[in-house]
Design a protein around this ligand. Structure first.
Ligand code: UD1
Ligand code: UDP
Length: 378
């Protein structure tokens, strides 16, 4: 009989980490470093979802990570959610069957994480979900589908704040909820000084501190719609003009592709005050963010990083998972309407920057690893 579910007694005392996207590499960097420090047996599977050097290798280098133990091939060619998730599910399952770890860790809400969690669940391997319980309640978002499914098939749900526990309690999830904080926060705090040493001068030579906004945009429900993508960029142009600053926009490859497809690339590059660039590496981006006057984004990670480094933020979405940043005045939802973006930026700059960081104690990775080690027979 072929093996479909792995018998518990046949599993090895090892932890598998599944990652494959830019924010996933950032999130798991402190966790992998903590596993290494503790001498805990582990291996890393890269799903290949992100593959361009500035979305992948640069992050391993900046975060001083060894290369992944496994890397799936052929994922970049999968262009739909279903085919991409399916190929990663099959690829991760193959590796898990061979290595037979006792636990698999996934983090966040990308297709990579659904694939990793589902592969493990089906094989009978325990699943830990980092950044569990986040909700936007926006059913258009592929991330909202993924995180709900992952949370319901996880054994251990590592949450960033009590708010996530309330979401999970309401949905009556099966697994154990553990409040640890978010390792994205650990990474950002730990790397600020390194980022400034490496890139502070070069950023300052280009733009004096406080003379620019840093912008990111990549959400599918924003950039795949020409009117919303155009709205974000027109809003950025207004911000630059009204505030007399520049807007530096390291563009995600998805966004660059959409700008080309919609015939907007030349227009975007020509907007007054805009600097459209290639996506930046982790350390360079952090150096840019830390000296910015304002952050403009639709990214989950960047909303948190703006809050941590106390840079006022406007979020070009209708909703956010990171509601605590709204509550403390660190962030504002402005959508993709240019007028709202412009007025939101003015308001954001009037906020007193004295908020308390609402994301744990900056040692989330240690808390996660302590817990994981207590559950695995290492
Ligand atoms: C994915 C996640 C999103 C996360 C984001 C982080 C899902 C459903 N979405 O979105 O939650 O916020 O990663 O950045 O999993 N591309 C490249 N090079 C790359 C990666 C992507 O050129 O290294 C281009 C390809 O044209 C690709 C497109 O970007 O088809 C979209 O990539 P994909 O990984 O499907 O989704 P993201 O938009 O990156
Ligand atoms: N980031 C980066 N370079 C960039 C844009 C973002 O290093 O040009 C980092 C950012 O600091 C954060 C992470 O990428 O740690 C966020 O990833 P992204 O915005 O792609 O995804 P999300 O967090 O929305 O899932």
């Amino acid at each position: 009989m072929s093996e479909k579910v792995l018998k518990p007694g046949t599993l090895r005392p090892e932890i598998a980490v599944v990652l494959g996207t830019r924010p996933g590499i950032v999130m798991f960097a402190p966790v992998i470093h903590a596993l290494r420090r503790r001498g805990a047996e582990h291996f890393v599977i890269h799903t290949g979802q992100h593959y361009s050097p500035n979305m992948d290798l640069q992050f391993f280098e900046d975060l001083e990570l060894p290369p992944p133990d496994f890397r799936l091939e052929g994922i970049a060619e999968k262009l739909t959610h279903g085919s991409q998730t399916a190929a990663m599910l099959e690829g991760v399952e193959r590796i898990l069957m061979q290595r037979r770890p006792q636990m698999v860790l996934v983090g966040g809400d990308a297709n990579t994480n659904l694939a990793g969690a589902l592969a493990a669940r089906k094989l009978g391997i325990r699943v830990g979900h980092v950044e569990a319980g986040e909700r936007s309640y926006d059913w258009r978002m592929p991330e909202e589908h993924n995180r709900r499914m992952i949370d319901h098939i996880s054994d251990y749900l590592f949450i960033t704040s009590p708010k996530s526990r309330a979401h999970l309690d309401r949905e009556a999830v099966q697994g154990q909820i553990v409040e640890t904080g978010n390792p994205i926060v650990d990474a950002s705090i730990q790397h600020l000084a390194i980022a400034m040493r490496r890139f502070g001068d070069s950023v300052a030579r280009q733009f004096s501190p406080g003379s620019y906004a840093i912008m990111t945009a990549h959400r599918e429900e924003n950039v795949d719609y020409p009117e919303r993508l155009r709205g974000m960029l027109s809003g950025a142009e207004k911000v630059a003009k009204n505030l007399g600053i520049r807007v530096v926009f390291p563009a995600h490859p998805r966004t660059q592709k959409r700008l080309e497809e919609f015939g907007l690339a030349g227009w975007a590059r020509g907007l007054a005050g805009m600097e459209v660039r290639e996506g930046a590496g982790y350390l360079e981006f952090l150096a840019f963010l830390a000296s910015a006057r304002l952050v403009m984004t639709d990214s989950g990670g960047v909303q948190q990083e703006a809050c941590i480094h106390r840079i006022p933020c406007i979020t070009m979405r209708e909703n956010t998972e990171w509601v605590e940043t709204l509550e403390i005045g660190a962030n504002r939802l402005v959508g993709t309407d240019p007028e709202k973006i412009a007025s939101g930026a003015v308001e954001a700059l009037q906020t007193k920057v004295d908020w308390r960081i609402p994301f744990g104690d900056g040692h989330a990775a240690d808390h996660i690893v302590d817990f994981v080690i207590s559950k695995v027979d290492l």
